[in-house]
Design a protein around this ligand. Structure first.
Ligand code: FEO
Ligand code: CA
Ligand code: CA
Length: 620
């Protein structure tokens, strides 16, 4: 045991002496005078009531089966699986792994992740969905062992975004291969760079001396959407797609973003020089951004929004502040990285979308610093501005421009003293537009690596269960540079651990426990849907937790119930609803058994649709 872990035990003892597990959440709720609840009259009114008025379904047990399981009265269907043709002229999926790049470019991409529905009418909508990465063991008959140039082109066509129109017939949504909006955006689609880093020397390459025209997007993890009708897709582990067989001089910044000059699993650099960091050292700087896409116009050019910073973006949770500023909350999913907030320079103008379309081009980026109050797992927070010339972001500390602050946002965050977090994944804003939630999925380095000491918001060493933090900006103003926070839940295993924080917070019990919360989103009624991407061994610390799953939380009472369990090997990720909230779209990523077709079929990443048998709103 190292000194950090010892320190954590002291901390846990201290916390547990002060607060029983019940004391933590219930104490805050029952008193109704906690900093958080005092700001929330709705929560105050029903605080302490564990018979949630929001959760109207019977919780289901865990599962290790190779299927989807739902509560009584619910059913599921598949919308699309990897390889399904999305154009009338596209070839049908062939499971033999021998279809070429041209076929894949006309089919649904692999590894479905974040997605949004844009309603066109009652029974027609556009679905934009991320295809995060691809599984060579299923993509190719040779499983990636005998790659060719066309195989790399096929892998590049299997990632990015899929946009399709969906129609509802007889109460059932389906993909419309004749939809006018249907489009594939891949690792080779031309994009424009906008904002402070556009045209900077660090973004220039031999193929693009302007530093403003980038080909493609990949490792598109989760997403966001804007009130002006655009889709936001977030570039996460882009580093995995770069490599080299040659010696390349990597900078400390390259290393912090995980860039390596070695053989990469995807092998793109062997056939496409763009991905060889020895030959094109600036190409990785052109990834790690949030990309804004107009899903209505299949000829539109996607825009990389550099004002939102470069890091391993998880999702983009946008809220229009009362004063009209657009605020976007952003997680950087890496152990010990940070949580960010973007505030637009200009204000949203209802109905003036020509102007609104530029709101993400210019603004201010901030990074969060959390402080704990009175040894409790709650406290105050500060948003630290990442603007060149402020907070020590100067030439003396190695920054020469706002462009550099954005390109190396991680280093800027360290410079200003941001809190290192347990892997910030999705952020979601409650429909009251005041309360914001973020999943901190897990972090085996907490309390182990220097700079990642245990603290109030990341309260456990070697945290392999995760937690969800929530905050409210001071006076409900998202532009304010201070906020109040607490932990909505601490995931854990109360059947393995007793009387310490590894058992989880008081709203976690043997019937609803899980690990590694990742995707989260609210429905219109304020139910918090929680998806997991964790350890599904069902053994040891994870005994009794089963396959990855989706739960539903009542943010007012703290109650959590399991709603869905996924098939073997998958993570559940990606969540959106039809406009009437009667169909829920859920992503099943990288299943490893035989989902969804069963038998001896090849597993395929799939979007499933959940409906209630009586046709009413999901969760109601
Ligand atoms: Fe793509 Fe952090 O999940
Ligand atoms: Ca995720
Ligand atoms: Ca995850």
């Amino acid at each position: 045991m190292n000194k950090f872990v010892e320190k954590e035990s002291d901390f846990s003892n201290m916390v547990n002496a002060r607060l029983s597990r019940r004391g933590f959440l219930m104490g805050t709720a029952a008193a109704g005078v906690g900093a958080f609840l005092a700001l929330n009259p709705v929560a105050e009114a029903i605080a302490g009531n564990m018979n949630s008025a929001l959760l109207n379904f019977e919780a289901i047990p865990t599962s290790t089966s190779d299927s989807i399981v739902l509560p009584k009265g619910y059913s599921w269907n598949t919308l699309m699986s990897w390889g399904d043709p999305i154009f009338a002229n596209a070839p049908k999926f062939n499971p033999n792994g021998k279809q070429d790049s041209k076929a894949q470019a006309l089919q649904f991409g692999d590894n479905t992740d974040g997605m949004s529905v844009f309603s066109l009418s009652n029974d027609r909508a556009i679905l934009a969905v991320n295809n995060e990465y691809t599984n060579y063991e299923f993509l190719f008959a040779h499983q990636g062992k005998e790659m060719t140039a066309d195989d790399v082109a096929k892998a590049q066509a299997a990632v990015g975004i899929t946009i399709v129109e969906i129609v509802r017939k007889n109460g059932q949504w389906m993909m419309d291969s004749a939809g006018k909006a249907n489009r594939r955006i891949t690792a080779n689609t031309e994009m424009e760079v906008t904002g402070p880093a556009a045209g900077h020397d660090l973004l220039k390459t031999k193929a693009d001396p302007t530093g403003k025209k980038v080909l493609g997007t990949f490792n598109n993890c989760a997403n966001g959407e804007t009130p002006w009708g655009t889709y936001l897709t977030c570039e996460e582990n882009f580093n995995d797609f770069f490599g080299s067989e040659q010696n390349a001089e990597l900078t400390p910044d390259d290393k912090r973003y995980g860039i390596k000059a070695e053989q990469s699993d995807y092998q793109w650099h062997n056939f496409d020089d763009r991905f060889d960091v020895a030959k094109n050292p600036n190409e990785p700087n052109r990834f790690g951004w949030v990309v804004e896409i107009d899903p209505n116009d299949p000829t539109s050019t996607p825009l990389k929004r550099t004002a939102l910073g470069r890091f391993k973006h998880e999702n983009a949770a946008l809220v229009v502040n009362d004063d009209g500023h657009v605020v976007v909350y952003l997680g950087d999913d890496e152990r010990g990285e940070h949580l960010y907030k973007f505030v637009s320079k200009d204000k949203y103008q209802e109905g003036n979308n020509a102007t609104n379309r530029n709101l993400l081009e210019e603004g201010t980026l901030y990074v969060a610093k959390f402080t704990m109050k009175d040894d409790k797992l709650e406290g105050e927070g500060q948003w630290l501005e990442l603007t060149y010339g402020k907070n020590g972001l100067t030439k003396e500390s190695g920054f020469n421009s706002q462009a550099e602050v954005m390109i190396f946002a991680r280093r800027a965050a360290t410079q200003v003293g941001a809190t290192t977090m347990d892997r910030p994944e999705w952020v979601a804003v409650h429909p009251d537009k005041k309360h914001v939630f973020c999943t901190l999925t897990n972090n085996k380095y907490r309390g182990v690596k220097e700079g990642q000491d245990v603290d109030g918001v990341n309260p456990r060493a070697e945290n392999h269960y995760g937690q969800i933090v929530r905050w409210e900006s001071t006076n409900g103003d998202h532009v304010s540079d201070t906020f109040q926070w607490d932990l909505y839940l601490i995931a854990g295993n109360p059947t393995v651990h007793k009387d310490n924080l590894y058992a989880g917070s008081d709203n976690i019990n043997k019937d609803n426990m899980f690990n590694s919360p990742d995707g989260i989103g609210f429905d219109k009624a304020g139910r918090l849907w929680i998806q997991t991407d964790g350890n599904y061994s069902n053994k040891g610390d994870f005994a009794g937790q089963g396959n990855n799953q989706m739960l539903c939380g009542d943010p007012n009472t703290g109650e959590i119930r399991r709603f869905l369990t996924g098939p073997i090997g998958c993570e559940i990720t990606g969540l959106t609803f039809s406009e009437d909230q009667k169909t829920m779209f859920v992503g099943v990523q990288h299943p490893s058994g035989h989902f969804p077709q069963g038998g001896n079929s090849k597993p395929r990443s799939t979007i499933v649709m959940v409906t209630k048998d009586n046709g009413s709103v999901i969760g109601s």
